[in-house]
Write a protein that binds this ligand. Structure first.
Ligand SMILES: NC(=O)c1ccc[n+]([C@@H]2O[C@H](COP(=O)([O-])OP(=O)(O)OC[C@H]3O[C@@H](n4cnc5c(N)ncnc54)[C@H](OP(=O)(O)O)[C@@H]3O)[C@@H](O)[C@H]2O)c1
Length: 219
């Protein structure tokens, strides 16, 4: 598949490594410009582009930048993507450590709902509670005992299936975590966040989540 990744840090870098290894055609962007991505390009064979170019022709786009940077992404970010593109949002709101106060999220808007409003395109929430290192190290063939499972939330059933299939290719089971209105169940501070369990453990952790945003995760 043609995959555009916006953000070349911990998550974007490791997704680039694994997806190129699997044979996907990956374009990768950061904030400082393609010329600063030569080491990753050399390592993986990905193509470095600007953020505005990353979605061009892509069947999957991954938005993996700090939440506070989302409003700075170019307008029309997803324009030019393939029809039916699945847009993955890996983001988390870290008000105290990184992002500052985002009023709509403080008032109860799920983090990924806020992100899709910012970028003007529906998103699928995935990888947000997965350690970047796990993407490189923990993949196992389908059917392996104890295979790590990732929750996936989103409103577009077809796009969600594309994302679940891609995660399976990366070596992980998935659990359907519902629509984006339910996606608070996988936000920071919930039982599923950072949970490396199998599908059964992830289903249980999602069910045990509380919608209350605790003080640690408030501005
Ligand atoms: N680290 C983890 O294990 C982990 C796990 C799950 C989810 N997440 C979440 O995933 C998101 C990304 O995390 P990360 O740890 O990968 O971040 P990171 O290592 O800090 O990398 C952020 C990347 O975003 C790029 N970026 C920032 N502003 C941009 C802009 N305006 N346009 C284009 N690119 C921009 C940065 O480019 P420059 O370097 O050029 O500025 C950098 O490549 C966050 O919301 C985080 O909470 C992280």
């Amino acid at each position: 598949m043609k995959i555009g990744i916006i953000g070349a840090g911990n998550i974007g870098g490791n997704l680039t490594r694994r997806l190129t290894t699997l044979g996907h055609d990956v374009s990768i962007a950061n904030s400082r410009g393609p010329e600063t991505l030569s080491a990753l390009v050399e390592e993986t064979g990905a193509t470095a582009v600007t953020a505005a170019e990353a979605a061009r022709g892509a069947q999957v786009v991954v938005v993996t930048v700090p939440l506070k940077a989302v409003p700075d992404l170019p307008a029309g970010l997803i324009d030019g993507a393939a029809e039916g593109v699945a847009v993955i949002d890996t983001g988390n709101y870290y008000p105290q450590q990184r992002d500052g106060r985002i009023g709509a999220i403080e008032d109860g808007t799920p983090e990924s709902r806020w992100t899709e409003e910012q970028i003007g395109h529906p998103v699928i929430k995935a990888f947000n509670g997965t350690y970047a290192q796990d993407i490189l190290s923990n993949g196992l063939p389908e059917g392996s005992a104890g295979r790590q499972a990732l929750p996936v939330a989103g409103d577009d059933a077809a796009a969600k299936q594309v994302v679940r299939d891609l995660i399976d290719e990366l070596g992980f089971d998935t659990v359907d975590a519902g629509g984006l209105d339910e996606s608070w169940r996988q936000q920071p501070g919930t039982p599923v966040y950072g949970n490396q369990g199998d599908a059964e453990a992830i289903v249980k952790a999602l069910a045990e989540a509380s919608p209350e945003r605790t003080a640690e995760w408030r501005a």
